[in-house]
Design a binder for this molecule. Structure first.
Ligand SMILES: Cc1ncc(COP(=O)(O)O)c(C=O)c1O
Length: 423
């Protein structure tokens, strides 16, 4: 007999006991929804809105003077946000900057580190988010390196996860860098960042990470782990809004590397407006900015970082792990038709859970139509992300209960295979 209590009242009780319960009041979840998609797009929050409104008002009141006279000055948004992001990813302030987008930052940093590396191969994995491979392949290509020969793709044994040992087997003295996600976008596996970094360094290669699915929900230690570089976005768990600015980290040992994608926003501040044809890099990670900071795509992050700092990344991680553990237990207990595609050990699990079902596409559409916002990732995954910022245990219970109902009532019959509703 399992001791797990799968009742709605038990979920409600856990919400009442949670130390972070007040957090969700700072966010507005779309009406009548159980929002389990915070790993795709976080929700609107009062803190983000106020920060964005402040930037808009300062544009109205100051015009061009806002670059220097706004509070904070638009001119150094990237550095100021970077200083604050450093805490969330375990870095020194000068090692982080808010800039560009994830994809652009992959281009910028993979290019930079390829130029600095002795080796020529980039080790990635077959379950990566595709944009990472597109960017890396093009960075290899512009250096005259055929991606078919120099992109080394580590395979998965189970289609869900990547073993650290398999990465170790793929790294050789020809490796320029290992570039891995912190969390796989489909299964939610959390990688061992420190171990992978050590593997790369044992072969004099660099270690870079895509933190898109962990920033704001996993407590990283990038500097301590010796990670060489990392990139991320702020529209997922950081809740800074659609199209919000990306971020990057470069270890201080590499501050002397010339950026592969140089631009005037990465120039040293004191000479940026000299408009000198020669690029003079700013100190630290700030040198990897490229063009003008997108002020309105960055401003909301000032507000949402207030929330991260108030809650504390450790406590957010703790709550996230408790929510995903609860979700896994409920799936085990109430959804025998479904499998859990996410590692069960907390230290190998990011912020979301892959609930596998042969009809995952139709299940996802049925859930969305019932107000449970999840997303489908082919071939068989319903991705469920109980963001610790605004999702409670009862929400998780409601999502699983709705899924139980979808399967019990034949609701799937209303959904065709072509993305259309049949009835
Ligand atoms: C793991 C991962 N990397 C990269 C990206 C692409 O980011 P962007 O479109 O902001 O460049 C995404 C988008 O969801 C992602 O999930």
């Amino acid at each position: 007999m399992s001791e797990f209590d799968a009742s709605q009242s038990a979920a409600r009780m856990r919400d009442a006991e949670s130390s972070l319960t007040g957090l969700r009041e700072r966010f507005t979840v779309p009406e009548d929804t159980v929002y389990m998609d915070g790993n795709s797009l976080g929700v609107h929050g009062e803190d983000a809105r106020e920060a964005l409104q402040r930037a808009l008002d300062q544009w109205r009141d100051l015009g061009i003077e806002g670059w220097t006279d706004a509070d904070p000055p638009w001119f150094d948004y990237g550095e100021r946000l970077g200083d604050r992001l450093a805490d969330a990813v375990g870095a020194k302030p000068a090692e982080c900057v808010a800039a560009n987008s994830t994809t652009v930052n992959i281009h910028a940093l993979v290019g930079t580190f390829l130029d600095a590396a002795d080796g020529t191969d980039v080790v990635v994995n077959e379950l990566d988010f595709p944009t990472d491979h597109y960017a890396i392949r093009s960075q290899l290509r512009v250096r005259g390196l055929d991606p078919d020969d120099h992109l080394v793709v580590v395979g998965s044994e189970d289609g869900r996860t990547i073993e650290t040992d398999a990465i170790a087997d793929a790294v050789t003295d020809d490796t320029a860098m290992v570039f891995m996600p912190s969390v796989l976008y489909r299964s939610g596996q959390l990688f061992d960042v420190a171990a992978i970094t050590d593997i790369a360094h044992d072969h004099d290669a660099f270690a870079g990470f895509d933190l898109a699915h962990s920033v704001g929900v996993v407590d990283h230690d990038l500097h301590f782990d010796g990670v060489d570089f990392a990139v991320w976005c702020s529209y997922k768990y950081l809740n800074a809004g659609p199209g919000a600015i990306g971020g990057l980290y470069v270890h201080e040992d590499h501050f002397d590397l010339p950026p592969a994608l140089a631009g005037w926003w990465g120039n040293a501040d004191d000479s940026q407006f000299d408009l000198d044809p020669e690029f003079r890099p700013a100190d630290g990670a700030a040198a990897f900015q490229i063009g003008t900071v997108p002020v309105f795509a960055a401003a909301p992050l000032f507000g949402t970082l207030d929330v991260v700092e108030a809650a504390g990344i450790d406590r957010l991680r703790e709550r996230s792990a408790a929510l995903t553990r609860y979700l896994v237990s409920l799936v085990d207990e109430r959804l025998p038709e479904c499998a859990v595609g996410t590692p069960r050990e907390a230290e190998r699990r990011g912020g979301h859970v892959a609930v596998e079902h042969p009809d995952a596409d139709r299940v996802s559409r049925a859930l969305r139509d019932r107000g449970v916002v999840v997303d489908y990732r082919p071939p068989n995954v319903v991705r469920v992300a109980p963001s610790p910022y605004f999702v409670g245990f009862e929400d998780v219970w409601l999502a699983v209960d709705e899924l139980r109902d979808v399967l019990d009532t034949g609701a799937l019959e209303a959904y065709g295979d072509d993305g259309e509703t049949v009835t």
